[in-house]
Write a protein that binds this ligand. Structure first.
Ligand SMILES: O=C(O)CCC(=O)C(=O)O
Ligand SMILES: [Fe+2]
Length: 277
């Protein structure tokens, strides 16, 4: 089974339908090359300073550069992409809210082996979420072309309802090939993994993921983005980063204050403070 490709003009409902069915798809040419290049320029010194992975899973010849909200103002355009947020809302509709889970530029160097085939929702301590409850919606934006040779993400379309099993292999997967600026969308349940890079170039993918508001975020947004930078961001982005109350009362500050009000040094409207927003 191969990966479905839809054009950037596809409606959110159609994208969600394929995502819910296959667990994965590619939206072609969703971001301009100009935006991708601007993000890579902003990140260049940070990529340089990023250490290689410490184990086989993170990749000993792979760099994972995070903290993008603070480090790359241009990346905020991808984090808040309206079509992606619309599809995410549809996939994670069972929860009251969703939030930014992580931002990570994944640079797979030449001669890297493939990553182990896994589910991203295993990050939640391998908890077996119900088959009809999605907790995560993920993107990988192609910052370079993704080819089978340079390490395009490997996926198993249709594997979302399979039992948890650490033993799936590369042979069961297909490469999600796509052009620079395209976006791979996949759920927390679909089996996948970074591909082997057998080329002489670096494969770069920008992993931006979202999870339901009642689960912990993988990247700590409150410390990855310094408060003085956070104070310059608009409310919608801050709420997406987690400056909000999740579900009924998750994440409040001291006397049940809303975290966004604390950041803005203003009083919380008591009547509205626990209302889902
Ligand atoms: O880099 C990729 O293509 C996929 C990486 C991935 O799945 C992960 O790190 O969880
Ligand atoms: Fe993954």
């Amino acid at each position: 089974m191969s990966v479905v490709h839809l054009p950037a003009s596809a409606p959110a409902a159609e994208i969600h339908e394929v995502l819910a069915r296959d667990g994965v798809l590619v939206i072609d040419s969703l971001a301009s090359h100009e935006l991708i290049d601007r993000i890579l320029d902003e990140l260049a010194p940070h990529i340089e300073a990023t250490p290689f992975g410490a184990d086989g899973f993170t990749g000993r010849n792979t760099k994972r550069t995070g903290g993008l909200i603070a480090r790359s103002p241009a990346s905020r355009e991808l984090v808040t992409h309206p079509l992606i947020l619309d599809v995410t809302q549809r996939l994670l509709h069972r929860a009251k809210s969703f939030q930014l889970h992580l931002t990570q530029l994944i640079s797979i160097g030449p001669d890297s082996p493939a990553q182990a085939v896994h589910r991203d929702q295993w990050a939640f301590d391998f908890f077996e979420f119900p088959a009809d409850y999605d907790v995560q919606c993920n993107t990988i934006w192609a910052m370079t072309d993704f080819t089978e040779t340079n390490g395009a993400t490997r996926v198993i379309p249709g594997s979302t309802d399979w039992p948890d099993d650490l033993g799936h292999t590369f042979d069961e997967t297909v490469p999600a090939e796509m052009s620079k600026g395209s976006c791979l969308l996949y759920t927390g349940k679909v089996y996948h993994g970074g591909g082997a890079n057998r080329s002489d170039e670096i494969r770069r993918g920008l992993n931006i993921t979202y999870n339901v508001g009642w689960l912990r975020q993988e990247e700590n947004q409150y410390l990855s983005c310094p408060a003085e930078v956070a104070q310059t961001l608009d409310d919608d982005l801050l709420r997406l980063m987690g400056y909000r109350i999740g579900a009924y009362a998750l994440g409040y500050v001291d006397d049940t204050r809303d975290p966004l009000d604390v950041l803005r040094s203003r009083a919380t409207d008591r009547d509205a403070s626990f209302a889902p927003r």
